[in-house]
Design a protein around this ligand. Structure first.
Ligand code: ADP
Ligand code: MG
Length: 426
């Protein structure tokens, strides 16, 4: 049984052989549209003390406009044939944009109530961001040689690894702080934080993937990015984007994983039926759809088994006739969602799942996650209460949507819409 399924997002961290070495900002090449270096030395940003100068510099950096990331941006630098020039352009784009994004997150964490930011898990994330910003601003502002680009990719790889565990760590931190805050406050912070993180991570991963595509064979690049596991074919990839992603194949792969964890938990595995147009292909980021599909299937499988239903989970896929996008409906006969629970399903940490023995009816937060045992690596059928809100954040990131409709007493329909991008028009 394939229980040790490593999240595909994590598998996207390639191994860049040389050890990480940070170097001071040394570029003499500047252009008007590139941000000037920070006035404070990068080391100061890693200090535990928070000086007024550091804060001032961060505020300046964070107040620069946040350039929304589009699928077109991601594809632009990676269009084949991938030249050393476009790889350098991708590195410069990433180097220019990451500091603004990281400093916004640092300030947002810093602005949390002191009792929360001093929680060891939350403060670990805060430190990770500061360390990452320090590493980025120590890289040349304007990489101009393959060697500089290579070192920059090493820095990015290290950053992606450092942040791979952010979600369970933050979840644990906020759980420990639940007495000092409300679910609404946590959801408001996490929603913005995790949405921005999607773009930041993608920007870094896209450059890493383009670097790999230009420096290794297609087979090696495919092995690094787990393309085959995601039901894809290396020839249709541009970095992290599959220009011909077939949702039906990805759903089959996710359902096999979710079936495994469902069987482990309940001893049974619901079946799926895919109908509509299973041959549809569209350009999208497989790891994003993989995250959403896995979470929707976990919810549908859990509801089906807990309701004692035998009907398969039915996934209907349709191509949007007017765009590059798709629609998908995931329908289960698992009894639906009660009207009392329904208003809470988009709150981070709301769950009706409880591990045997950690039922916590007396807790003032009722159905909100109180069991840290559930904060794991995504291989639990439910319990973190992040599946729906985070899936919606992924869906909306590139202009899609996620909606839930419940026929209480019967079952649930989830509607997912995703917008692709017309690769030819870029
Ligand atoms: P988790 O699965 O960890 O509880 P989610 O965010 O995925 O967190 O879902 C939150 C809650 O929404 C679930 O605990 C469950 O009560 C309800 N829910 C979601 N999807 C379904 C479904 N298909 N059928 C019944 N209830 C559902
Ligand atoms: Mg779930």
């Amino acid at each position: 049984m394939r229980i040790s399924h490593i999240s595909a997002a994590r598998r996207l961290c390639p191994r860049v052989a040389a050890p990480l070495r940070l170097h001071r900002c040394q570029s003499s090449i500047t252009t008007a549209n590139l941000p000037p270096p920070l006035a404070v030395p990068p080391e100061s940003l890693s200090l535990s003390e928070w000086s007024a100068t550091v804060e001032e510099e961060l505020i300046k950096l964070a107040s620069r406009p946040l350039r929304p990331l589009t699928l077109a941006d991601l594809i632009r630098f990676g269009r084949p044939p991938l030249s050393p020039k476009s790889l350098l352009a991708s590195a410069r784009f990433t180097r220019e944009n990451l500091p603004v994004r990281l400093s916004r997150r640092i300030l947002a964490l810093r602005n949390l109530p002191f009792i929360i930011v001093s929680n060891p898990h939350v403060s670990q994330i805060f430190d990770n961001y500061r360390q990452s910003l320090r590493a980025i601003i120590a890289s040349p502002l304007h990489p101009t040689t393959p060697a500089e680009e290579h070192k920059f990719t090493e820095t990015l790889t290290d950053i992606v690894k450092t942040h791979s565990n952010t979600i369970p760590t933050l979840a644990r931190g906020f759980l420990e702080c639940r007495r000092y805050t409300t679910p609404a406050e946590v959801t408001s912070f996490l929603d913005q934080h995790l949405r921005e993180r999607i773009g930041t991570r993608l920007m870094a991963e896209q450059h890493i993937a383009l670097h790999l595509a230009s420096t290794t064979s297609p087979e090696e690049a495919a092995a690094h990015t787990a393309i085959q596991d995601l039901g894809g074919d290396a020839s249709t990839y541009i970095g992290t984007i599959d220009t011909a992603l077939q949702p039906a194949r990805l759903i089959h792969s996710c359902s096999s994983f979710v079936g495994d964890i469902c069987e482990l938990r309940y001893g049974v595995r619901p079946q799926i039926v895919i109908d509509g147009d299973p041959d549809v292909r569209f350009p999208y980021i497989p790891v994003h759809l993989e995250y959403i599909a896995t979470e929707l299937l976990k919810n549908a499988f859990r509801a089906t088994v807990e309701a004692g239903a035998t009907d398969p989970v039915r996934i209907t896929i349709a191509k949007d006739p007017y765009s590059e996008g798709i629609s998908m409906r995931v329908r289960d006969r698992g009894g639906g969602i009660s009207p009392d629970d329904f208003p809470n399903i988009w709150s981070y940490s709301f769950t009706t799942f409880s591990n045997a023995g950690d039922e916590n009816e007396d807790d003032a937060l009722g159905r909100f996650n109180t069991g840290v045992a559930s904060v794991g690596d995504g291989s639990s059928i439910a319990g973190l209460g992040y599946g729906l809100p985070l899936s919606r954040a992924y869906a909306e990131y590139f202009g899609g949507s996620l909606q839930v409709q419940s026929a209480y007493g019967w079952g649930t329909d989830v509607y997912l819409k995703l917008k692709g991008v017309a690769v030819d028009t870029i």
